[in-house]
Write a protein of this length. Structure first.
Length: 317
C-alpha cells in the first residue's frame, strides 16, 4: 500500500529519517572480586559508591552528573547497571560485570567515570568495603563490541566513539511479534502511581518516547521529533497488543542519603509479548533497549532486551 504524504504514517516515517542529534556510549566493565560478597541492593550500592568516588576525587564531574540541576525537569544522562552475576552472591576471585551508559554531553566524561569506578574497586563497595579489580573495559554498540582498555593492550581511544540514535531510529524490518524482556526493574508511573502490573503498549511507548525526547533536548536543544509526529506514533500503538505477560514485582529498598531514610525502590521484572505491526515504532524500541525506560534509570533500572519472534519485511512502495 502506498503511503501518501498527508497520512500520519508518512509524517512519522519522514520525521525519524533525520532526527535531532542524540548520541550515547555503552561500556561493559569487567572485574574480579578480591573476596566473596553479597550486595543487599546492587543497583543502589553500586550507584552510591560511584557517586561517592566522583564527589571525593572528581568533583566537577559529580556536579555535572549528580548536581541539583538534574531535578529541574531534566533526566540524568547516564545509567549504571549491575550485571546478572553482581545480583547474586559473588565468590572470592569471582568475575562479574557492570554497565555504564552515557548519553549526550555525559559521553565526554567516559574516562573520568571509569577512573571513579576503578577507585571504587580500591575503596570497596558499601561500608563493608567489598573490593574488586577491573581487568577489562569493552565498548558495546549495535554493530558489535570493541575492547576499550585492558592491561595487555592499554587504551584504544577509537572505541570511545559514541553511537548515533539516527541509525537505530531508521530501522524497520517489519516486526509483528517481539518479546520484551525487562532484565532490570521497570518503574513506570501511570496516573501518578508506579505500575505493579504490565503496562499497556500506549503507556509503555509514551514513557519511552518521552524519555528519549528529553535526552535529545538536553543534548541538541530540540526533541527528536515534533509533537504531532510523537502523537502519530502513539496513535499507532492501537494496533499493538500484549498477548502474554510474565511480570513480577521485585521488592527492593535503598537508603537515600538526601532524605536520610530507607525508601521503596522496587520494579517489574520479566517479559511481555507484543503482537502487531510495530512499523516506525521498531526503531524507538531498539533505541530504548540501549537507553532504558521509566524512572530510576541512573540506577540501571528500565533496561530491556528484545527478541524478535516474527517479522514481515516491508514491501517497497
Amino acid at each position: 500500500m502506498k503511503m501518501h504524504a498527508d497520512t500520519p504514517g508518512a509524517v512519522v516515517l519522514k520525521a525519524v529519517q533525520a532526527p535531532e542529534r542524540l548520541d550515547f556510549l555503552t561500556l561493559r566493565i569487567r572485574a574480579q572480586a578480591q573476596q566473596g560478597f553479597v550486595l543487599d541492593n546492587p543497583y543502589s550500592d553500586l550507584h552510591g559508591g560511584f557517586g561517592l568516588m566522583l564527589h571525593a576525587h572528581l568533583r566537577p564531574i559529580f556536579e555535572d552528573l549528580f548536581g541539583e540541576q538534574q531535578f529541574g525537569g531534566e533526566v540524568r544522562g547516564y545509567a549504571l547497571r549491575p550485571g546478572l552475576a553482581l545480583r547474586q552472591p559473588v565468590p572470592a576471585g569471582g568475575e562479574f560485570a557492570f554497565y555504564l551508559m552515557l548519553v549526550g554531553p555525559a559521553v565526554r566524561h567516559a574516562a573520568s567515570c571509569l577512573e571513579a569506578l576503578s577507585l571504587l574497586g580500591l575503596n570497596g563497595v558499601t561500608r563493608a568495603r567489598h573490593r574488586y579489580d577491573v581487568f577489562e573495559v569493552v565498548a558495546c554498540s549495535p554493530q558489535g563490541e570493541r575492547v576499550l582498555w585492558s592491561p595487555e593492550q592499554g587504551w584504544c581511544v577509537h572505541a570511545l566513539a559514541p553511537v548515533s540514535a539516527a541509525d537505530l531510529l531508521a530501522t524497520q524490518t517489519g516486526i509483528d511479534a517481539v518479546l520484551v524482556d525487562f532484565v532490570s526493574p521497570l518503574r513506570i508511573k501511570h496516573e501518578n502511581r508506579v505500575l505493579q502490573h504490565c503496562p499497556t503498549p500506549r503507556v509503555f511507548f509514551e514513557r519511552l518516547l518521552g524519555r528519549l525526547q528529553m535526552l535529545a533536548t538536553q543534548q541538541s536543544g530540540a526533541p527528536l521529533i515534533s509533537r504531532d509526529c510523537k502523537q502519530a506514533l502513539l496513535e499507532s500503538t492501537k494496533h499493538l497488543e500484549v498477548i502474554r505477560a510474565s511480570l513480577r514485582w521485585e521488592a527492593l529498598e535503598r537508603y537515600s542519603a538526601r532524605q536520610r531514610q530507607s525508601m521503596e525502590s522496587g520494579g517489574l521484572s520479566g517479559t511481555m509479548l507484543l503482537s502487531g505491526p510495530l512499523g516506525a515504532l521498531e526503531g524507538w524500541l531498539r533505541l530504548g533497549s540501549w537507553l532504558h525506560v521509566g524512572s530510576k534509570t541512573s540506577f540501571g533500572y528500565g533496561h530491556f532486551c528484545c527478541d524478535v519472534l516474527s517479522a514481515t519485511p516491508p514491501q517497497p512502495v
